[in-house]
Design a protein around this ligand. Structure first.
Ligand code: 13P
Length: 253
């Protein structure tokens, strides 16, 4: 049985003090939960304080991006070496906002996935099609390309630590979540790809999440699908009460 995962992607929201306030409220409410893996991904600025705030809790910390080099003259970048030294456990890689606004390619996403693994940080590898691609009927083709290129050269021992997030671009921040059936179908396709390209065991064990307009009202229907192991949540993860509701629902699943 895979444990449900609730991951918060705070994007470019929350000051350092707002992030710490959130932790103060959420930790006591969720601390005793053993049935859910909770991951908070604040901006880089909040990571150092949150490592301290989350010490001795079961809540994990993730970054939202990383650069693939260990160190060097790369103004403005943050490396997996620096993140791992700080105590960060996860990193979101290949989010569609990075691909779309910052021109990240599959090949760069691949470099980032491998860099994360080489410093023992678990990537939350994001893939998903645009509305145009869905309407053209090429969703699975796009997903397959993103898997093939983004995970190129990743070996099975690393792949066992992978989390994959299926986030259709048209469902992100739009209030228009994918239907449970659409999400289930693509996630089943991703799991089959992992089965064929890594191993049945890895396919059986790794979490594959859905992301895109998840909120306390639609989360349970998504989690009710055997294939869907949890959610990567933007907007609805920013408010303590809705986040606690979602973590509680996942823990009770
Ligand atoms: P929303 O939950 O705001 O749609 O964002 C989803 C997302 O992009 C998570 O990474």
């Amino acid at each position: 049985m895979r444990k449900p995962v609730i991951a918060a992607n705070w994007k470019m929201y929350k000051t350092v003090s707002e992030s710490r306030e959130f932790v103060k409220k959420v930790v006591p409410a969720c601390e005793s939960f053993t049935g859910v893996e909770v991951i908070l991904c604040p901006t880089f600025l909040s990571l150092a304080n949150m490592v301290e705030d989350l010490k001795n809790t079961s809540i994990k910390l993730g970054a939202q991006d990383l650069f693939w080099e260990k160190e060097g003259a790369y103004t403005g970048e943050v490396s997996p070496y620096l993140l791992s030294d700080l105590g960060v456990s996860y990193v979101i890689v290949g989010h569609s906002e990075r691909r779309g606004y910052f021109g990240e390619t599959d090949s760069q996403v691949n470099d980032k996935v491998k860099a994360a693994f080489s410093f023992n940080i678990k990537p939350i590898f994001c893939i998903g099609e645009s509305l145009e691609q869905r309407e053209e009927g090429i969703t699975k083709k796009v997903i397959e390309r993103q898997l093939e290129q983004g995970l190129l050269g990743v070996d099975s021992s690393s792949a066992a630590d992978l989390t994959i997030a299926y986030e259709p671009i048209w469902a992100i921040g739009t209030g228009r979540s994918a239907s449970v059936e659409d999400a289930r179908e693509v996630i089943a396709f991703i799991r089959q790809w992992v089965f064929d390209n890594f191993s049945p065991e890895i396919a059986q064990n790794i979490p594959i999440l859905y992301g895109g307009s998840v909120n306390p009202d639609n989360l349970e229907d998504l989690l009710a699908q055997e294939e869907i192991d949890g959610a990567l949540i933007g907007g609805a993860s920013l408010k303590e009460d809705s986040f606690i509701k979602m973590v509680t629902a996942a823990n009770n699943f």
